[in-house]
Design a protein around this ligand. Structure first.
Ligand code: ZN
Length: 534
């Protein structure tokens, strides 16, 4: 869990189209009135009143439509419980489980029952809490009895959440020594992945650019992507887990999908350096934030946790982990230890108290290898016919996305020839005013990581050497291959904004890069490093 619960974020998204559409509605009404030459009647207040009424009526209509969409999404999710359940997760015999938790409480919500099972069977568990959850101002303010908590209040709140995590861990059979607290910045993990890989990030909440916690894995560690990657690599290499449970790349919360990216990056680099045993560890992901999911809210201990409807059939292979009654009880007790969280969003947290937990295997898809010049970047989609989108994003799964179709991403496709890597973002509707799209690629090759970021529709031009074309529903980008190095793996993701607020985002997904290609060269490509997928 993090500070921006999906409800809050969806609320913000919902407001954007309303804000934009109301003046349009008023303008249309005003024009119609003018055309009909309605008498102004007596006094100046009547047309103003009529205008106000028309505006209010338009706003009400849009609110009604938005409400209808929200209800539809909720109903579809509720229906999922009646559908066929995913297959059951089978655990390896010898168990060393590593849970990657972006904030204190995600481990209990996503994996509390699994942790209890492993500990009950004598297995070992480590939990890495990437952040102490110190950006959650609402909860901190409640805790400190202040409307505006200071940076120091937020650091103290982070230390309090750390204590809650220890109490919750005890409910699941964990000792404080099983818990790792690197203390990275809450609401900052995406920045560490994108802009602050090497230069420390300063948290806008706590005001610090180094871990301020005394009881931390490395007190004073710099807030950089490289540092976070090093911590994860160190924990994985030293502790040698059989199974890693990390957040899903499909999670709505930025810290959560960044946690997936960092976890897979740590695994990939360890694999490349020959520091992982053959076939280990397995990686499974868990989902916490996705629109209105889970439905219904509140504890339902006899109901299984099933995937959100828009994600049920695609992208990930889901597996159900049925819990025993005492494991459900232990999980619920662990969740209740997070008093600072249950006080502000108890019903959301308790909606993970179910008869099962839900995990997914992320398929490792490959970048499509095409002959030189196959992709025209001509705005007509030439060359893309042969490429299936490697990253699919559900359509109209929030009110904001349903109403602003030009910002609703449906898929991200990636291809390469011997000269360029091509990325195409497709949206549900055509390019529209006010919408901007950001595409990011971070590649891993023999000489480390290289990243490229392109923003379209924002007041910035693409970095030198990068070409792009945005026409209709497609934004196409061509990145010279050398900008990404001799990469064998690449993480790609896209996001859209409307009036400065995020509408859609894909998270970052790991793809295999085919070896140096094709028609131009005849050398055999090197075998791509395959990170341990489940
Ligand atoms: Zn979280």
């Amino acid at each position: 869990m993090g500070p921006a619960s999906p409800g809050i974020r969806d609320g913000r998204v919902l407001l954007i189209p309303l804000f934009m559409c109301v003046p349009t509605g008023v303008r249309q009404m005003r024009r119609r009135r003018f055309e009909q030459k309605l008498p102004a009647a007596s006094g100046r207040s009547r047309p103003a009143r009529a205008l106000f009424r028309a505006g209010a009526a338009a706003a009400a209509l849009i609110a009604l439509a938005a409400g209808g969409i929200a209800l539809r999404i909720q109903a579809e999710n509720a229906l999922q419980s009646a559908g066929p359940l995913p297959a059951s997760l089978r655990l390896p015999g010898e168990m060393r489980l590593l849970v990657i938790s972006p904030h204190p409480d995600d481990e209990a919500l996503g994996c509390g029952g699994l942790i209890a099972r492993v500990r009950g069977a004598g297995g070992q568990v480590r939990v890495v809490f990437l952040t102490n959850g110190d950006a959650f101002k609402v909860a901190a303010g409640r805790e400190e009895r202040k409307i505006r908590p200071t940076p120091q209040d937020l650091i103290e709140f982070g230390a309090e959440r750390q204590r809650e995590a220890m109490l919750a861990g005890m409910r699941l059979g964990l000792r404080p020594s099983d818990l790792v607290f690197p203390g990275f910045p809450d609401r900052g993990l995406t920045r560490l992945w994108t802009t602050n890989w090497a230069v420390p990030f300063t948290s806008g909440y706590t005001g610090v650019s180094r871990c301020p916690y005394r009881l931390a894995h490395r007190p004073g560690a710099a807030y950089t992507g490289q540092e976070l990657l090093d911590v994860l690599k160190e924990v994985i290499a030293e502790w040698n887990p059989v199974l890693i449970c990390a957040p899903s790349p499909l999670d709505d919360h930025p810290d959560h999908y960044a946690a997936y990216a960092f976890t897979t990056a740590a695994l990939a680099e360890l694999q490349m350096q020959g520091r992982l045993p053959e076939g280990r560890p397995h990686l499974m992901t868990y989902l916490i934030h996705r629109g209105q999911w889970p439905v219904p809210r509140g504890a339902s201990p006899s109901r299984p946790l099933v995937p959100p409807q828009p994600l049920a059939g695609e992208a990930a292979h889901w597996e159900l982990f049925p819990l025993r009654p005492h494991e459900v009880t232990a999980k619920q007790a662990a969740i209740e230890e997070y008093r600072s969280q249950t006080g502000v969003m108890g019903s959301f947290l308790r909606s993970f108290v179910r008869s099962s937990e839900l995990f997914a295997r992320e398929p490792l898809r490959a970048v499509a290898a095409l002959p030189d010049g196959a992709i025209g970047l001509d705005g007509r989609g030439t060359g893309w016919e042969a490429v299936d989108a490697q990253v699919l994003s559900p359509q109209a799964d929030t009110v904001g996305r349903a109403l602003r179709r030009g910002a609703d991403i449906t898929g991200l496709s990636v291809a390469r020839d011997s000269r360029n890597v091509y990325l195409r973002v497709r949206t549900a509707g055509s390019r529209s005013k006010g919408v901007s799209i950001r595409v990011e690629a971070r590649a891993l090759g023999p000489d480390g990581f290289r990243a490229v970021e392109v923003a379209a529709g924002a007041p910035e031009s693409p970095p030198p050497g990068i070409r792009m074309r945005w026409k209709g529903r497609d934004l196409e980008v061509a990145v010279p291959a050398e900008r990404l190095g001799d990469a064998s793996l690449v993480w790609v993701g896209a996001s859209t904004r409307y009036l400065g607020l995020t509408v859609d985002k894909t998270g970052w997904h790991l793809l295999e890069m085919p070896g140096r290609v094709l028609t131009a060269r005849k050398t055999s490509p090197p075998a791509p490093a395959r990170p341990p997928a489940g």
